[in-house]
Structures are given as C-alpha cells and as structure tokens.
Design a protein around this ligand. Structure first.
Ligand SMILES: N[C@H](CCC[C@H](N)C(=O)O)C(=O)O
Length: 277
C-alpha cells in the first residue's frame, strides 16, 4: 500500500501527519516504530492521524502515537500542525475548528498570521486523574529517584501526564539521566512526560522536556502548558508566560482554577511524502 503523509513540525517537535479520512489505514505499534525510525523510516517524534468525527458536534477526531508506538491522549504542538494540515488539504473550509481527542475536545484557531491558537482545556491537578500515586493533592511532591537526592516535582495533566522539575539552568540539567528515570517512575502507572523548568522572570521560563515514549524533543506543547500551570500554582510565575524551548518559544496563558490553558505558536509543513508500507 502507498501511504500519503505530510512531514510537519511545531518548533522542531516533528510529526508524520496522515489523512485517515480519505485513506483507511491501521497503525500497529510495530508499524509506527518502523515509520518513526530516523534511518529506516520517515522519522518523527509523534504520528498524528486525522479521522472523521465520532461526535457530530466536532469537525474531526485526532489520534496521537508516540515514536515507541504508544497511543496517547494529547499533543499540543501536534494540534497546531493538525489545523494547518486539514486546512491545506481542503478537509475543511473553517479556520476555527473543534477536534476530539482521546481525552477531550480542543478548539483550534488558524490566525491570519499563520500562527495557531489552541484552547488546551482545563488542566488537571488531582493526582488520581494524572494518574500519580500521592496521599493528597499538593503544589509539589517529593520523588525518591535512584542516584539522585529527593526530586521535587509539580504534577499536572493536560490530558497527558507531566512532572515539572524546577532547575537553576536548563543547559546543565540532567534531562536524559533524570528524565528517563522519572518517565518510568513507579508512582506514575502510565509513565510521565518530564519537564525541566528554569525561571527567567515572573513571565518567562526556559524549558526542556524529556517526553514519555520518545525522549527529549525540541519542543513540547503540553509540556509548556504544564510547566506554566505548575509555576503559577507554586506562585513562581504570573500569566501570560513566554516559554523558551530549544526549538523556539510558545506563548501560554492561564487564569487559574477551572479556566482553560491557551497556547499560541507556529505550525510548519516541511514536505509532502508517500511511503510504501
Ligand atoms: N509524549 C507525549 C505526547 C506528545 C506531547 C508533545 N509532543 C506535545 O507537543 O504536547 C505523551 O506521551 O503524553
């Protein structure tokens, strides 16, 4: 079978985007792992699958798979590329789109300057909902991690789970050594994305993210949202916040409590491709 796809990225977090509306395809974990390989396949952090809506109230359904083949609940950078994709491929004539995901409905807007604004929904701080094993909800938690002193984290779900570690300098933070241990920590039964956040000022942070299911990426949209929420909850940050990631910056705002997190940033098409599978 010849599979058509678009190779896209949001600040260097890169995706293989597939139109599952006009192409019928089943992606097994093995096929995804083969396609995500940067030498033997297309190479990507996540695979994004565009499907017809299951719910008449929304325009599309959107499924997300990590490079390791795991299906996950949410992808912020991917949501921006999703909008670019469905508009450019004529799958909709709207620029304000509602899309369902495994963990809820997102509202996406393609702006006149080609940036995309995403309503990322209300963050979840209840450990039960992350899921994260803790006695009670708190601004921060202590994790015991082999080979490291007690690690203090914030824990936030943006539909997918995030642990946020405050560091003095992201450039020297043990992103891979510590990130890979926290990702699989026993207190996160579904594993976790791990953000390393350095405060620049009340309205700006530098951030690196070791992502669940694919390792460190150049940017993580849900990770940026989670780091801002954790920082505001810990009274270290004030909305709006500019989040500087290795691949570029995102603008994140959150008014607290049950209000949604808003994210704006770019979405870029690198090339259209096809592959025999
Ligand atoms: N690795 C994440 C999914 C992709 C999130 C990230 N690429 C983003 O932009 O939000 C997870 O396992 O929950």
């Amino acid at each position: 079978m010849i599979l058509k796809f678009s190779k896209m990225h949001g600040l260097g977090n890169d995706f293989m985007v597939v139109d599952g509306v006009t192409q019928k395809i089943f992606f097994s974990p093995e096929l995804i792992k083969r396609l995500s390989d940067r030498h033997f396949g297309v190479g990507f952090d996540q695979l994004l699958l565009v499907e017809p809506p299951y719910d008449p109230e929304v325009d599309f359904h959107y499924r997300i798979f990590n490079a390791d083949g795991s299906e996950v609940q949410m992808c912020g950078n991917g949501a921006r590329c999703f909008v670019r994709f469905v508009v450019d491929h004529g799958l909709t004539n709207k620029r304000d789109i509602k899309v369902s995901t495994v963990s809820g409905v997102l509202r996406l807007k393609l702006n006149n300057d080609d940036s995309v604004t995403v309503n990322m929904g209300v963050p979840q701080l209840d450990p039960e909902k992350l899921p994260f094993k803790a006695e009670a909800q708190s601004e921060s938690y202590e994790l015991c991690v082999k080979g490291f002193d007690a690690v203090t984290i914030g824990a936030v779900s943006m539909g997918n789970p995030h642990a946020v570690i405050n560091v003095k300098d992201v450039k020297t933070a043990p992103v891979h050594e510590l990130g890979s241990l926290v990702e699989k920590h026993e207190r996160f039964p579904e594993k976790v994305n791990v953000g390393f956040s350095q405060k620049v000022n009340d309205h700006e942070i530098n951030l690196r993210v070791f992502e669940r299911g694919c390792g460190e990426t150049l940017a993580c949209g849900t990770g940026a949202c989670a780091a801002v929420v954790a920082g505001i909850v810990q009274h270290r940050l004030v909305s709006p916040v500019k989040v500087n990631l290795p691949g570029g910056s995102l603008n994140i705002s959150w008014d607290g409590k049950n209000s949604p997190v808003m994210m704006s940033g770019p979405a870029v098409l690198v090339y259209e491709g096809q592959i025999v599978i």
